[in-house]
Ligand binder design. Structure first.
Ligand SMILES: [Zn+2]
Length: 440
């Protein structure tokens, strides 16, 4: 079997790092090696030991002095919004009506969907992101386009067709029955095919009727190993409108709770303005709150209280994400830089090791896929990002005074973007260097 032997400074996390001095939380090899075989990591550790296990025919790639980490994971992103990102002047509900909904109508055209899916996954690879949990549009063909493109690249991605049957233009509305049937057909075709995973995806309570949320619950009961993704408590006007649409609900979270949509594979985007009761309900069900800092700042939605959610007696499981096109950058480095600032505005700090834990193992654990991706453990999938902390003149200059690994990571997060990503391996295959020079 074909083997690839990578050499460089390897970094992988074992658990949440409490401080910059918490060296037991990670494994770092100054001269590290990774032996890739059949899309997986066959051996990892000190280079000399790993090299001894490689066959004579192994392809050897020397990435020194760069850092090798598990590929980044983006837990919430809308692939049809590549031409919505950077749209001026609105908060959530107006932003949806003015920019997002008109754009998403274009995805009734399968060719358009396939083109954007291709360019989207190109962009993920360029940014070092190897797994996303993606919203498609309401159209079944948009999810088909995404999965076909993802499968062809052998990427581990989670995605789902959006379910929405009200409070949206007619071309973007399905029905409770058609959303169930289309989702079911997509699940049967794509879930577990290669590395593809399906997420039941009601956009949010405002755009789904009670009958449709009932159908989403029925899908989760019929296919209990699926993810479920939706939005929750992003914006005050959204929360108030949800209260009008579901007058019997104790609060916003109760709407999803009522239809059986909470659980360990449920991903709730934003979760900014939760009450204690809602936070308890999410915690007790093992649900995941997805922190989308660039989006929350851009749309003026609010400040996600990361450290309070993490430290409370009933803590929340947390993932981080770009939320493009509400989010303003595809890079998970840029995302964590903005996340650091949101956390700072809440009077807290996020240490650089915790930040890189979150991007990799933390997000993998939140998505319940840490047995497959998010670490450099032997036997896991070989999704790897290669980072150069001296990628630009300004970074190189600042690196002259960075004395520790923690300082280097913080520099990467604060100043880095796609230029710091030297290579991205997807299932053991170099993918960034294989991208076309000019995308069309
Ligand atoms: Zn979103």
């Amino acid at each position: 079997m074909n083997q690839t032997l990578l050499r460089g400074r390897t970094l992988t996390f074992l658990r949440w790092p409490d401080t910059t001095e918490d060296h037991a939380a990670y494994r770092y090899e100054e001269d590290g090696g990774l032996l890739l075989e059949g899309g997986r990591i066959a051996a990892a550790g000190a280079y000399a030991e790993v090299a001894a296990k490689a066959g004579d025919g192994a392809q050897r790639i020397d990435h020194r002095p760069h850092l090798l980490l598990p590929g980044f994971i983006d837990a919430h992103v809308h692939f049809p919004q590549m031409q919505v990102i950077a749209s001026y002047g609105t908060e959530l509900l107006d932003w949806l009506n003015k920019y997002t909904f008109p754009e998403e109508t274009k995805f009734s055209n399968a060719q358009h969907g396939r083109r954007i899916a291709r360019l989207f996954l190109d962009e993920m690879v360029r940014q070092g992101t190897t797994t996303v949990s993606a919203y498609c549009s309401v159209h079944k063909q948009s999810a088909e386009a995404f999965f076909a493109e993802s499968h062809e690249r052998n990427m581990l991605n989670i995605a789902g067709k959006v379910m929405m049957d009200r409070n949206a233009p007619e071309q973007l509305r399905d029905t409770p029955e058609s959303s169930f049937d289309d989702s079911k057909a997509l699940i049967e075709e794509w879930h577990g095919k290669g590395r593809q995973l399906y997420a039941v995806t009601p956009r949010f309570a405002i755009t789904s009727s009670p009958e449709q949320l009932e159908m989403a619950g029925a899908l989760m009961r019929a296919f209990p190993d699926l993810h479920m993704q939706t939005h929750l408590s992003e914006n005050h006007a959204e929360i108030a409108f949800t209260g009008e649409l579901y007058p019997w609900a104790r609060d916003y979270t109760d709407v999803y709770e009522h239809y059986g949509l909470l659980g360990p594979r449920a991903l709730f985007g934003h979760c900014i303005h939760l009450s204690d009761r809602e936070t308890d309900a999410l915690s007790q069900s093992g649900s995941v709150a997805v922190f989308c800092p660039t989006s929350n700042l851009f749309l003026g939605s609010g400040l996600f209280d990361y450290q309070r959610y993490r430290r409370r007696s009933k803590p929340l499981r947390i993932a981080t994400a770009t939320d493009v096109g509400g989010g303003t950058n595809y890079s998970m480095l840029r995302t964590m830089d903005e996340g650091y600032k949101v956390i700072a505005l809440n009077g807290e700090k996020l240490n650089p090791f915790a930040s890189f834990w979150q991007l990799t193992r933390g997000n993998a654990e939140a998505l319940s896929i840490a047995d497959r991706v998010g670490t450099l453990e032997t036997g896991t999938d070989a999704d790897i990002v290669v980072l150069n902390p001296s990628a630009t003149p300004a970074m190189r200059l600042r690196m002259e005074t960075a004395g520790t690994l923690a300082e280097e990571l913080f520099l990467l997060q604060t100043l880095g973007d796609d230029r710091a990503v030297v290579e991205t391996y997807v299932a053991g295959r170099p993918a960034k260097s294989a991208l076309p020079a000019v995308a069309t």
